[in-house]
Unconditional design. Sequence first.
Length: 105
Amino acid sequence: MKFAVIETGGKQYIVTENQKVRIEKLPETAGTAVSFDKVLLVADDKDTTIGAPTVVGAAVSAEIVKQGRGRKVIVFKYHAKTRYRKKKGHRQHFTEVLIKKILGK
């Protein structure tokens, strides 16, 4: 089984082929093909290539499935004995991508 570690949106993700992954929002629309060039590691059953900091010549091609927003997270701030209460909600934007192919050593 071949897998890779990619970096996008300031986060690192372990991905395999034909896997759906939710990543930080990308500006492209659904159905668009994207390529991730910041590949930190490529591995399969026989060989492992670790980048310093990235693997030269490696890329991960993917297709955007959908754009969306995650579940609501409640942010509640409270100070005891001072009548201080703040309640705020947040929904993070995401892009769901389908990993098509892992190119590299």
